[in-house]
Design a binder for this molecule. Structure first.
Ligand code: SF4
Ligand code: SF4
Length: 372
């Protein structure tokens, strides 16, 4: 690992250097009053001078009185949108004179430019690692995910402030990126300077940094970058006590709190849609009106939907209580049995985007504090 420092004005050159290596650069932009990930042409597309305020069921962008580039936290979208899109064709079949010609899209060879993700937070790096485990490391490899994930370049950003709903510190997933990146930036903005401390994670990251104007970081730059992420850690006020959490949840499946929360929950599924690790899908077959072509489409689904657990005779999880319990217990207990990690990275999105402001950290706490 090498550590460099470069001026904020050089950010545009960093993006240009990545683009020259035939990457499609996706980064944060301001759109529809939110931070949205989209293709960026240069540094001017980034949310310069913006911040966000997040709380239970509430998200607002606000102008800052400086030109901070990354002074905001996880928005409504995650990088999952690009690696595991909400709607994806997996199979097409055409009727021909000889029968049916089928094309399995998972077997396509990669042709388009690879993605470069610019501005990935530490919780998001952990979410990508969790989805890698699900889609690439189990007995069933997902060819569509593998195709999109292959060869991506990642510029991470260490958080210089905590969001109102973050709890990455409890999940040991942030606020500082430790692995899974090519370059990790820490933004330093004070009265004297606006610059970035850049840590390399791979040789590819080092090669790109060598092509822009940067210098070896001085000890005081490294100390300042550490002070920034330490300060962020202190700002995180939501906590989850993860000690023996799996057993606490398994042993409290009939805790009255599940019923209490079920009375609030709208089963809208927002929490699962915004979650960077949730991966449930459904499959739909669609034919064209002339009956010549049929497509099989994979779409995000949610365990909050009544149909999700439908088998002959009805849904296994008919009550709201059973669906909410399933989701939380999966995140903090059965995910460990399945994949060896928690299914939550503490990004806080499910708290911010729940229309009735249900807070997963409060739910877990309430169950732990008054165990049945
Ligand atoms: S917990 Fe909130 S976001 Fe999730 S399904 Fe219930 S109401 Fe919707
Ligand atoms: S469960 Fe909530 S806090 Fe945890 S990763 Fe999903 S959206 Fe983020």
């Amino acid at each position: 690992m090498k550590i460099f420092v470069f001026e904020c004005a050089e950010l545009d050159n960093l993006i240009a250097a990545i683009k020259r290596r035939r990457f499609k650069v996706i980064g944060p932009t301001v759109s529809d009053s939110a931070i949205i990930y989209a293709e960026i042409a240069g540094a001017s597309d980034l949310p310069i001078g913006w911040t966000d305020e997040q709380a239970n069921g509430s998200y607002r962008l606000k102008r800052r009185d400086d030109n901070a580039v990354f002074a905001w936290n996880a928005g409504p979208q995650s990088w999952k949108k690009f690696l595991f899109p909400p709607v994806q064709k997996i199979f097409i079949t055409n009727k021909s004179t000889k029968g049916f010609d089928s094309q399995n899209l998972g077997e396509q060879t990669p042709g388009e430019s690879r993605y470069a993700f610019f501005g990935v937070r530490s919780c998001e790096l952990n979410a990508i690692a969790i989805q890698d485990k699900i889609f690439l490391e189990g007995p069933y490899i997902d060819p569509l995910y593998r195709q999109k994930r292959a060869g991506i370049f990642i510029v991470a950003v260490n958080c210089s402030q905590a969001g109102g709903t973050c709890f990455c510190d409890s999940m040991q997933t942030g606020p500082k990126a430790v692995s899974g990146f090519d370059i990790a930036l820490t933004e330093i903005l004070d009265d004297k300077r606006h610059c970035f401390v850049a840590e390399t994670g791979t040789a590819a990251g080092e090669e790109i940094l060598a092509s822009i104007k940067c210098t070896k970081a001085a000890d005081e730059d490294i100390t300042e970058a550490k002070r920034i992420t330490d300060r962020t850690r202190v700002q995180i006020h939501r906590k989850v006590d993860t000690a023996d959490l799996k057993n606490v949840l398994y042993q409290n499946s009939e805790h009255p709190r599940w019923e209490h929360t079920a009375e609030l929950c709208l089963t809208c599924a927002n929490c699962t849609m915004v979650c960077p690790t949730c991966f449930c899908t459904t499959v739909e077959d669609v034919t064209d009106i002339g009956g010549k072509q049929a497509e099989r489409i994979r779409k995000w689904d949610s365990c909050f939907m009544l149909d999700f657990s439908y088998i002959h005779g009805g849904s296994v999880r008919a009550s709201v209580k059973s669906r909410y319990r399933q989701w939380v217990t999966h995140k903090f207990a059965s995910w460990l049995d399945q994949f060896g990690t928690f299914g939550c990275v503490g990004c806080g999105r499910c708290i911010t985007w729940c229309p009735v402001g249900i807070d997963i950290t409060e739910e877990v706490k309430a169950i732990r504090e008054k165990q049945t």
